[in-house]
Design a binder for this molecule. Structure first.
Ligand code: ATP
Length: 655
C-alpha cells in the first residue's frame, strides 16, 4: 500500500498528465493560432534577454564613459536610445502577439465547446434531461467550459518562459559562471515554492469554484420560485438559505485570499534577495576584474526579468486541477449516450391530417431514487426494479383528420404518451407510426415537420411576439395573424402597443396564463402541422374560447389530426372519439356517450369533474388569464384521479 505522501504525489502526477492532455487537445484544434502565440512569446523572451545585454552594453559604453569624462557625445546617446527603442518595440510586438493569439485560442476553444455542449443538450433525448438539473446544465455550458480552457491564456507565456530561462542561463554562464550559480539556486527555489503553493491553494480554489456554482444554483432556484416563496411567506427562509451559501463562498474565497496574501510577497521578494546576492558577489567580481560594470547590470537586470515568467508556471499549474475537473464534466455531456438514431424515411407527402398508430407501447421512467447510479445491467429483473413503469401495451389508431380526446386520471400517463407519440422519448416496447411510417425510421426533423405538440406548460422566449411564433422560421405576417386568429389570440396581440413587434418579457411574464397558452398554440398551428397534439394546452383559457379554438381547428383547411388531452366536457364532446387511459393502459375507447354507458372508470372520472364543478358553481369564474391550478381538480375517486378547473360549462350535467 502506498503511503499518503506517495499516493498524493501519484495523484498530482496523474492530474498533471491529464491537464497536459487537455492542453494538447486545444493545441491540436488551433495549431496555427497556438504557433503564432508561442512565436510571440519566443520573440518576447529572446528580446527580453537581449535587452539585458543592451542594458549592460549601454552601461559600459555610454553611462560609465560619461561618468568618467563628465561628458558624452550626442551620437552615442542617440545610438543607445535607438537601441533601447528597437528592443522595446520588438518586445511590445512579441507581447502583443502572445497575448492576442493566446486570448484568441482561449476564446475560440470556449466558443467551440459551448456550441458543442448546447448542441449536445438539444441532441440528447428528454430522458437524459429528466436526470439533470437546469443549474448543472448551465454550469457545464458556461463555468466548466471557461474553467477547462483557462490555462490557455498563460500557456504560451509559460512556454516562452522556458525559452527565456534557457537563453538567460546561457547568457549568464557566458557572462560570469559565478553569478550564474546564484541564478541556478534562486530560480529553482522560486519554481519549487510556486509548485508547493499551487498544490496547497489548489484544493481551496477548487472548493471556492464549487461553492460559486452552489450560490448560483440557490439563487436560480429562489428567483425561479419567487412566486411560491413570496406567496407562502418564505422570503426570510430563502434569504437565510442564500446567505448561508454566500457566506460559505465568502469564507472559501477569504481562505484563498489569505494564502495568496502570504505567498505573493514571498514570491515578489525572493528575486530581490537574488538581486542583492548578485550585487554583493558582483561587487567582489568587479573589483577582482572578472566582470565589467555593464555585465553586472546585465545579470541583475536578468534577475528582475525572470521572476515573472517563472510565476506563469505557477499560474498554469494552479489552473490544471480545475481544468481537469471541468474537462471531465464537459466530456460527460459530450459523450453522454442516448442520442436517438434516425432513419431516412419521410412521412408520405400529402395534405390534410396524418394517421397515427401506436402498437403495444410500453414506457418506464428511471426511478428517481436510483437516478444516475442506475445499473445498466441486462438483467430484466434488475432493470424493472429500477424503473417505474408508466405505460403498458398502449394501442392507438387515429385516422387522418380525426379529433380524439385522451382522458384519464392524474398520473395515468397521458403526458408521457404524448411525448412518446412525438418521439421526444422512445418507448421501451412497441412502435409508433405516422401514416404507416415507424417514427424511428424517419429522417431527423421529419416529425417536427409533420406534427406539433403544445405541452402542458408553455414556454415564452424573451423575444417579440413574432419571434415567439415563428421561432426564426421564414413565415410571413399574414400566416402569423392567421395562426393567432385560430388560437383566438389575435385580439389581445393587436391590442399590444407594438402588435407583433411587442417584446415579451422573460418567460412571457407580461402575459396572462391563458394568453401564453394561446400564443403557444399559435406557434404550433402556424407550422400547419398534419398532426396536432395538445396536452392540456388550453386549461387556462376560458371554456367558450377553448371550444371555439377546437371547433376552429376542425373547420380550417388544415384538416389536421388532433389528439387533445382533455378535462372539460365541452372539449371531450367536440372529439370524434374518446380514448380513456387508466394506469398506463387504454381501458376503453368510443364516443363520449358510449363511454359513459360502457366504462365505469370513465363515468366515475367525468362525474367527479362535474361534482367538483358543481361544488364550485357559486364561486367566481376564473379569469381566462390565470392558469387553473392543478389542485382544483377533484380528489381521485375510486379507480380514478384527476379533476378539472371549474368553469361554467361544467356546471351542466354530463348527460
Ligand atoms: N420525468 C419523470 N420522471 C419520473 N417519473 C415521471 C416523470 N414524469 C412523469 N412521471 C411519472 O409518470 C406517471 C405519469 O405521469 P404523466 O405526467 O404522464 O401523467 P398524466 O396522466 O399526464 O397526469 P396529469 O393529468 O396530472 O398531467 C406519474 O406517476 C409520474 O409521477
Amino acid at each position: 500500500m502506498p503511503d499518503d505522501g506517495t499516493s498524493s504525489r501519484t495523484q498530482h502526477r496523474a492530474v498533471f498528465r491529464r491537464g497536459l492532455h487537455v492542453l494538447w487537445v486545444a493545441i491540436r484544434t488551433e495549431p496555427a493560432v497556438f504557433l503564432v502565440a508561442v512565436a510571440g512569446a519566443g520573440l518576447h523572451a529572446a528580446v527580453s534577454v537581449a535587452s539585458a545585454e543592451v542594458m549592460g552594453g549601454i552601461t559600459d559604453r555610454v553611462v560609465l564613459p560619461a561618468f568618467e569624462s563628465r561628458s558624452t557625445t550626442s551620437s552615442a546617446l542617440a545610438a543607445a536610445a535607438a537601441l533601447l527603442l528597437g528592443v522595446g518595440l520588438a518586445k511590445a510586438i512579441g507581447l502583443a502577439a502572445r497575448r492576442l493569439f493566446a486570448g484568441l485560442m482561449q476564446f475560440r476553444m470556449q466558443a467551440r465547446y459551448r456550441r458543442s455542449v448546447s448542441r449536445t443538450y438539444l441532441r440528447l433525448p428528454l430522458a437524459w434531461h429528466h436526470r439533470h438539473a437546469t443549474g448543472q446544465l448551465l454550469s457545464n455550458a458556461n463555468a466548466d467550459v471557461e474553467e477547462a480552457w483557462r490555462p490557455l491564456a498563460p500557456l504560451p507565456m509559460a512556454i516562452g518562459s522556458v525559452a527565456m530561462l534557457l537563453i538567460a542561463a546561457v547568457a549568464m554562464v557566458v557572462t560570469d559562471p559565478v553569478l550564474a550559480t546564484i541564478a541556478f539556486v534562486v530560480f529553482p527555489a522560486l519554481a519549487v515554492a510556486n509548485v508547493v503553493f499551487q498544490r496547497r491553494v489548489s484544493p481551496a480554489a477548487t472548493r471556492a469554484q464549487a461553492l460559486r456554482a452552489e450560490v448560483s444554483e440557490v439563487a436560480h432556484e429562489s428567483f425561479d420560485g419567487a412566486l411560491v416563496v413570496k406567496s407562502l411567506g418564505r422570503e426570510d427562509t430563502e434569504t437565510e438559505r442564500f446567505t448561508q451559501a454566500a457566506h460559505r463562498l465568502r469564507d472559501a474565497q477569504i481562505r484563498v485570499g489569505r494564502m495568496r496574501a502570504a505567498f505573493d510577497p514571498v514570491m515578489e521578494h525572493l528575486p530581490n534577495f537574488g538581486i542583492l546576492a548578485v550585487l554583493l558577489v558582483g561587487m567582489w567580481r568587479l573589483s577582482a576584474g572578472a566582470i565589467t560594470a555593464g555585465e553586472l547590470v546585465q545579470v541583475a537586470y536578468l534577475f528582475t526579468l525572470l521572476s515573472m515568467p517563472i510565476r506563469s508556471f505557477g499560474w498554469l499549474l494552479g489552473d490544471l486541477p480545475r481544468t481537469v475537473v471541468a474537462w471531465d464534466r464537459v466530456q460527460a455531456v459530450l459523450t453522454a449516450e442516448g442520442s436517438m438514431p434516425y432513419g431516412e424515411r419521410r412521412v408520405p407527402r400529402g395534405s390534410g391530417g396524418v394517421g397515427l398508430t401506436a402498437r403495444g407501447v410500453g414506457f418506464s421512467y428511471e426511478d428517481a431514487f436510483t437516478g444516475g447510479a442506475r445499473d445498466l445491467s441486462d438483467d430484466p429483473d434488475t432493470v424493472a426494479a429500477q424503473r417505474s413503469i408508466v405505460l403498458h401495451g398502449v394501442d392507438l389508431d387515429i385516422e387522418p383528420g380525426r379529433t380524439v380526446a385522451l382522458v384519464g386520471p392524474t398520473g395515468a400517463g397521458k403526458s408521457t404518451l404524448t411525448t412518446v407519440l412525438m418521439r421526444l422519448v422512445d418507448p421501451d416496447t412497441g412502435t409508433v407510426a405516422l401514416d404507416g411510417a415507424d417514427v424511428r425510421e424517419l429522417d431527423r426533423g421529419e416529425i417536427a415537420r409533420a406534427a406539433a405538440l403544445v405541452p402542458q406548460s408553455t414556454f415564452v422566449f424573451e423575444d417579440t411576439v413574432r419571434g415567439n411564433i415563428t421561432l426564426g422560421a421564414d413565415i410571413d405576417d399574414a400566416d402569423v395573424w392567421a395562426a393567432l386568429r385560430l388560437a383566438r389570440a389575435d385580439s389581445f396581440i393587436a391590442a399590444l402597443p407594438e402588435g407583433l413587434d411587442t417584446r415579451l418579457g422573460e418567460r412571457g411574464t407580461s402575459l396572462s396564463g391563458g394568453q401564453r397558452q394561446r400564443l403557444a398554440l399559435a406557434r404550433a398551428v402556424v407550422r400547419k402541422p398534419r398532426l396536432l397534439i395538445m396536452d392540456d394546452a388550453t386549461s387556462a383559457v376560458d371554456p367558450q374560447v377553448e371550444a371555439q379554438i377546437l371547433a376552429g381547428l376542425r373547420e380550417t383547411d388544415l384538416a389536421a389530426t388532433v389528439l387533445v388531452v382533455a378535462y372539460r366536457r365541452a372539449t371531450i364532446e367536440l372529439a370524434d372519439e374518446v380514448v380513456y387511459l387508466e394506469q398506463g393502459t387504454v381501458r376503453d375507447r368510443g364516443t363520449h356517450t358510449e363511454l359513459l354507458e360502457s366504462s365505469a372508470g370513465y363515468r366515475s372520472l367525468v362525474t367527479a369533474y362535474e361534482r367538483a364543478a358543481a361544488e364550485r358553481a357559486g364561486e367566481p369564474e376564473p379569469d381566462e388569464g390565470g392558469p387553473e391550478p392543478r389542485g382544483l381538480r377533484p380528489a381521485p375517486s375510486p379507480g380514478s384521479a384527476g379533476g378539472d378547473g371549474q368553469t361554467d360549462e361544467t356546471r351542466e350535467t354530463v348527460r
